[in-house]
Design a protein around this ligand. Structure first.
Ligand SMILES: Cc1cc2nc3c(=O)[nH]c(=O)nc-3n(C[C@H](O)[C@H](O)[C@H](O)COP(=O)(O)O)c2cc1C
Length: 202
């Protein structure tokens, strides 16, 4: 059984609909640790040793957050700047994260069509996750495409948000129980593009 760490980052949790629902769907699952970064560090004083230890103790490291300016809420950047130390995360002696799975769970205001080459935003969410992918390579992590929910601005119906929550739960359980073909998953546009293909029989 793989141990899964979800680094959750939402600066306005009380106003969240998507991330709150997704979080609820996976919080408390066996093998899953929920690490709420804004709650733990409201002053941004990240406890580097605690974060390094949490990362070391888990096999899958996830960052879950709403897309802000095609990127992350600022505490995620702060986490990367401080926690990914030389000779720990990268460099010739930096092997602490080697072989762990790593991906983002993103909610976006823009809809799926806007996140295409011909669409309004001109780049796909997979393309916009390039800094994560490059960081993963440097840190010897195994990068996977993002699990993404789009179209939040158009007002997703509650039933649809709940369905996304259920997909998230299925994905997390399958990763935990090692039922995901990782090589196939790497090729997907989004991790949740086709759950039946990703997970197979349950
Ligand atoms: C500061 C800020 C920046 C945002 N930037 C983007 C963006 O670049 N692209 C986008 O699609 N949505 C953007 N949004 C919309 C959020 O991604 C959206 O409100 C969020 O994913 C909804 O999730 P929640 O219900 O958990 O809050 C932005 C929202 C805020 C507040």
């Amino acid at each position: 059984m793989k141990k899964i760490l979800i680094n959750f980052a939402h600066p306005a949790k009380s106003r969240s609909s998507v991330n709150k629902t997704l979080r609820k769907a996976v919080e408390g699952l066996e093998g899953v640790t929920l690490n709420d970064l804004y709650q733990a560090y409201p002053d941004f004083m990240i406890d580097i040793e605690r974060e390094k230890q949490l990362s070391e103790e888990h096999d899958v490291i996830i960052f879950q957050y709403p897309l802000y300016w095609y990127s992350t809420p600022s505490i995620v950047k702060e986490w990367f700047d401080l926690v990914l130390e030389h000779d720990w995360a990268y460099g010739s002696k930096g092997n602490a994260l080697k072989g762990k799975l790593f991906f983002q769970v993103i909610s976006a205001g823009g809809d799926g069509a806007s996140y295409q080459k011909e669409g309004f935003n001109e780049f796909s969410l997979k393309e916009l996750s390039a800094p994560f992918r490059a960081t993963a390579k440097l840190c010897k992590l195994v990068w996977l495409p993002p699990f993404a929910i789009t179209g939040v601005h158009s007002g997703l119906p509650t039933a649809e948000i709940l369905r996304h929550g259920e997909s998230y739960r299925r994905t997390i359980i399958a990763l935990r129980d090692e039922r995901v073909d990782i090589e196939q998953a790497k090729l997907l546009e989004l991790l949740n593009a086709d759950l039946n293909q990703l997970i197979g029989s349950e």
